[in-house]
Design a protein around this ligand. Structure first.
Ligand code: PLP
Length: 468
């Protein structure tokens, strides 16, 4: 048999970065997100708030596997739980029951009774997009309608159904016509209000516009004769994630919900990125005093350990008479490693006062960012809720979005040549936003105050490098 490169150089023996890049070039599809970067970065270890490259240089990670690791990398308690599950019962056909699937569902269902006073059920699947697919099916199954509302700037995944709700045309353009594309509505992005209003005195002009569309019998949203909306549900990110960590005014969703209730439209809170105390509450929608009909979740449910996502829905929509056996399924949907990790995550969340912890750390972090905003002209605004934070990069005029600057700063952080307390280090930043100019900061919620200080210092160094 012909020897392969791996016979000589295995990951255990320490395959070089160059070889990894060579293999990637030869054998890996470039269709995932690795090649968003011209020079993809190779990492070899992770711990807590840091990633490490093969030279041992540390990178403070402020994106945490696209917000999938709220408890930091290699969290011992979650790893131990998964290892225990590997030894006990790592596999089971999803046709059969076992303890942790039901225990995790119970925790989520009870958490929602506590928060919303609503009985409901949980349905698991393998990731965020799949959770969205299932929520779509649940709503279509109940309402017999296909169209949904979603927001400009929203991101709900890239599978075919989820891509119908994801606003960016770039996610759909190569694939032809998407028949069930959502009706997109402007997000309350008040710093750059799509209607040019001032959020202090606009009286929720954007919501009024939506109401007006419903009331107008010719607008195409509502049939006043049959009293039926063409769109069955509104898929909402209470704090927009990929859209740039935009926090709407606190009264916004109550106003929106009034319109949706008046015209019979359901409310889905997509908590895939903002759930599990990212914003200081289990679900980000809790900040806004609104009870959703369906919640989707994934990412930090397992702290990035094993793919698992799911949806919770009010009993009315998911009871077994309406949603009987086999309505949706994947071989891996209830996988024991994921549900065990999820159970551990929910247990950790129940045991400590994360609301206070995340709120206080978030305020401290935001204070540091505001200091940087005062110092650097090229920071247009900073904002955040809990530990979901953002920095808008702007041109010299202080307001025009500057996506090139954002890209330069992000790339510079990845070079690993910043300095903190005499140590060489890097910083991993992520970006989002309607204009590709926002740096989104997603530290683990376990980040220490010293690490927040480090983050502020490193971001300061980056903006200083590009201050002219
Ligand atoms: C709000 C939101 N919904 C859905 C998804 C899709 O999740 P996944 O990447 O696991 O398919 C994401 C991913 O970033 C997300 O942020």
């Amino acid at each position: 048999m012909q020897a392969t490169i791996l016979d000589k150089e295995t990951p255990q023996k320490g395959i070089s970065d160059e070889k990894i890049l060579e293999l990637d070039e030869l054998y890996c599809s470039h269709g995932d997100t690795v090649h968003y970067d011209k020079a993809p970065k190779v990492f070899s270890d992770c711990e807590g708030s840091f990633m490490f490259d093969s030279e041992g240089t540390e990178y403070l990670d402020l994106q945490m596997m696209f917000a999938a690791c709220n408890f930091g990398y290699k969290n011992k308690r979650i790893s131990d739980a998964v290892i225990d599950q590997i030894n006990k019962m790592p596999q089971i056909c999803p046709r059969y029951l076992y303890d942790y699937k039901t225990l995790l569902a119970e925790k989520i269902a009870k958490a929602n009774i506590e928060r919303f006073g609503e009985k409901g059920r949980v349905h698991f699947n393998v990731g965020g997009s799949q959770a969205i697919e299932d929520a779509l099916k649940l709503i279509r199954n109940y309402t017999k309608k296909q169209r949904m509302f979603a927001f400009f700037g929203g991101y709900h995944g890239r599978t075919m159904g989820a891509a119908c709700l994801t606003a960016g045309y770039r996610y759909r353009e190569p694939f032809g016509h998407f028949a069930d594309e959502a009706h997109f509505v402007p997000y309350p992005y008040c710093y750059r209000c799509p209607y040019g209003k001032n959020c202090e005195d606009c009286n929720y002009y954007c919501v009024q516009q939506l109401r007006r569309e419903f009331e107008d019998g010719c607008s195409g949203l509502y049939n006043h004769g049959t009293k039926s909306s063409e769109c069955a549900a509104f898929f909402v990110e209470p704090v927009q994630g990929s859209g740039g960590y935009i926090v709407p005014p606190m009264g916004y969703f109550k106003e929106l919900k009034k319109v949706l209730d008046d015209f019979g439209v359901l409310f889905v809170s997509d908590e895939i990125q903002m759930g599990f105390y990212r914003t200081g509450k289990l679900w980000s929608i809790e900040h806004f005093g609104v009870t959703p009909d369906v919640i989707t979740f994934s990412k930090s449910l397992t702290n990035g350990m094993n793919p698992l996502g799911g949806m919770w829905a009010k009993e009315e929509f998911i009871n077994p008479d309406i949603w009987p056996a086999g309505r949706t399924h994947s071989t891996f949907c209830n996988n024991p490693l994921g549900t065990r990790a999820g159970y551990e995550v929910m247990s950790i969340l129940e045991e400590e006062d994360w609301e206070t912890e995340v709120t206080q750390k978030g305020e401290y972090f935001l204070k540091g960012l505001k200091y940087l905003e005062g110092k650097h002209k090229r920071i247009g605004t900073v904002d955040g809720l809990g530990l979901a934070l953002r920095i808008e990069c702007v041109t010299e005029d202080g307001y025009t979005p500057d996506p090139e600057l954002r890209q330069k700063i992000q790339d510079e952080g990845m070079k690993g040549n910043l300095e903190y307390h005499g140590r060489k280090c890097g910083i991993i930043l992520h970006s989002g936003s309607h204009y590709k100019n926002a740096i989104t900061l997603v530290p683990p919620i376990t980040i220490s105050y010293n690490e927040i200080n480090m983050a502020i210092e490193l971001i300061d160094q980056l903006f200083t490098r590009f201050s002219n």
